[in-house]
Write a protein that binds this ligand. Structure first.
Ligand SMILES: [Zn+2]
Length: 423
C-alpha cells in the first residue's frame, strides 16, 4: 500500500513538472540598436524588447535579460513594427501570359486560388508585412480559408482582415454577355436592391468576412449615397467596416458622404472630394501604382505613365490637404523579378516621388493602417501588451525609407520567421 502511495506521488510530481514545463513562457529578448516609434516619428537607441510567447512584455533601455531567454541581437539594425498592406488580393494572380482579370478569375478554381494565397502570404511576410487587409477577388472565399490556415498555424502568413466576395451593382467589374451572366459569380456578389445588399453582407459575414468591400462605380449605374449609407449601417451592426472601390469623382463623393471607412484608389479625386473625405474621417487607401507596377496591368507604355502620373498627382494633393491615408498596393499580378512582397514594398517609390516625408510614409504603413483595420490595440506599434509583430532593417527608415526594401528580420506573433541579420 505504502509502495503504491509512493508511486502515485512520484507520478503526480512528474505530471506537475510536465505541466509546469509546458506552461513556462517562451521568452525572447531582442536587442534593438535603434527602435523606431512610427506614431511619433522618433528613435530610441539601445532598447531591449522582451517578448513573452506571442506578445510584447516590456520595452526599455538596458533592461535585464531574464534567465533562459533567447537573445536576438539586432543591435546594428533598426527595429520597427511590422508593415501593413491595406489593399491586397492574396488569392489572385494574373500572369505574363494572361493579364486579363476576367479570364484569369474564371479559369482558376477556388482551390487553386487558395494555393496562390499560400505563396503570396508567405512572400508578404518575408518582406516585412505582418498584417494585410484582403479586399476580395478570391473566388468562393479562398481568403477565409487562407486566413484560418494562417491563424491555425498551418501556413505562415500575415494577419489577414479579409473581405470575402466583393459586393457590387450588377456586373461588378466585368462586362458580361447576356447568355452567361453566371460567370460573374462567385467573384462578385451582385446587389442592386436593398434586400440583395442585406443578403450579400450577411452571407459574407457568415462565411468569414471581417470587412465589407464594395465596388461603387465600375458601371455607368453607381451606388448612391443612400445605398452606401445602408450598407455601412448594416455592416456596422455586425462590427464590420466598409472599404469602397472608387475610380470616379462621383463614386468617391458618394462613398465619402456615405460614411465608408476607406476609399480605395480614389483615382483622380478632386480637391473638393478629398476635402469631403477628410471632413468625414474617411481614410484614403491610394494604391499609388509605380510606373513599373502599372506596366503589369497590360496597359501600353503611355497609358501606364498616365495612370502612374495621375496617382502621384492625387497623392500629392491628398497629402497637402491632410486626408488620412493608409498604405495599400492592389498587387494582383505576376511581376518579373518580384515576389508579391517585394512588389508591394516597391510602392514606397511613389511616396518618395510625391515628396512625402519618410516619417509620414511610415505612419501610413503602420499606425494609420492599424487604426483603419481596427487592430490598433493589438498591432502596429511596439509597446507592452501588443502582439510581437516586429521587423528590422539595415538602416533607419526615417533617414532612408528605401531600407524598407531590405527587411532582414521578421517576427510574427512572437515567432521568428526570417532572420537574415547576420553581418
Ligand atoms: Zn483592388
Amino acid at each position: 500500500m505504502k509502495n503504491l502511495t509512493m508511486r502515485c506521488s512520484a507520478f503526480l510530481l512528474l505530471l506537475f513538472f510536465a505541466t509546469t514545463l509546458q506552461l513556462v513562457a517562451q521568452i525572447t529578448a531582442i536587442k534593438a540598436g535603434k527602435l523606431v516609434d512610427p506614431e511619433t516619428g522618433t528613435v530610441a537607441t539601445n532598447q531591449i524588447i522582451i517578448v513573452e510567447n506571442s506578445k510584447i512584455k516590456s520595452v526599455g533601455p538596458g533592461s535585464a535579460v531574464p534567465a533562459g531567454a533567447t537573445v536576438i541581437d539586432l543591435s546594428r539594425s533598426t527595429v520597427l513594427p511590422g508593415l501593413f498592406d491595406c489593399h491586397s488580393h492574396l488569392c489572385q494572380m494574373t500572369t505574363a501570359e494572361n493579364r486579363d482579370l476576367f479570364t484569369t478569375d474564371i479559369k482558376q478554381s477556388t482551390a487553386y486560388r487558395a494555393i496562390i494565397g499560400v505563396k503570396t502570404a508567405r512572400e508578404y511576410l518575408d518582406s516585412g508585412f505582418t498584417t494585410v487587409r484582403d479586399v476580395g477577388n478570391n473566388g468562393n472565399y479562398a481568403d477565409t480559408s487562407l486566413r484560418q490556415a494562417v491563424e491555425n498555424g498551418i501556413v505562415p502568413g500575415p494577419t489577414i482582415v479579409n473581405a470575402g466576395r466583393i459586393i457590387a451593382p450588377f456586373g461588378g467589374q466585368y462586362f458580361l454577355r447576356p447568355e452567361r451572366v453566371e460567370l460573374g459569380s462567385p467573384e462578385y456578389f451582385f446587389a442592386d436592391t436593398r434586400d440583395e445588399m442585406l443578403k450579400a453582407i450577411r452571407e459574407n459575414i457568415h462565411f468569414g468576412s471581417l470587412v465589407i468591400k464594395i465596388v461603387v462605380d465600375d458601371q455607368r449605374y453607381i451606388y448612391s449615397v443612400d445605398d452606401i449609407k445602408f450598407i455601412v449601417e448594416e455592416a456596422r451592426r455586425a462590427g464590420l467596416k466598409v472599404a469602397a472601390h472608387c475610380m470616379t469623382e462621383q463614386g468617391a463623393r458618394n462613398a465619402a458622404e456615405g460614411g465608408v471607412a476607406s476609399i480605395e484608389h480614389g483615382f483622380r479625386m478632386s480637391d473638393e472630394a478629398l476635402q469631403l473625405a477628410k471632413k468625414n474621417n474617411v481614410v484614403l487607401v491610394g494604391t499609388d501604382f509605380t510606373v513599373e507596377a502599372a506596366g503589369y496591368l497590360g496597359l501600353d507604355a503611355a497609358t501606364s505613365k498616365y495612370f502612374h502620373d495621375t496617382f502621384i498627382d492625387r497623392l500629392k494633393r491628398a497629402y497637402r490637404i491632410g486626408v488620412r491615408m493608409a498604405y495599400g498596393t492592389d498587387t494582383f499580378f505576376e511581376a518579373a523579378g518580384h515576389t508579391r512582397g517585394t512588389l508591394a514594398i516597391s510602392y514606397i517609390d511613389s511616396f518618395v516621388e510625391a515628396g512625402i516625408p519618410a516619417k509620414d510614409t511610415l505612419k501610413i504603413m503602420t499606425t494609420n493602417a492599424a487604426q483603419l483595420l481596427g487592430v490598433e490595440k493589438q498591432r502596429g506599434s511596439i509597446k507592452p501588451g501588443m502582439f510581437a509583430d516586429i521587423i528590422a532593417t539595415p538602416e533607419n527608415p526615417l533617414d532612408n525609407i528605401q531600407t524598407l526594401k531590405k527587411v532582414s528580420f521578421v517576427m510574427k506573433n512572437g515567432k521568428v520567421v526570417k532572420n537574415a541579420d547576420v553581418r
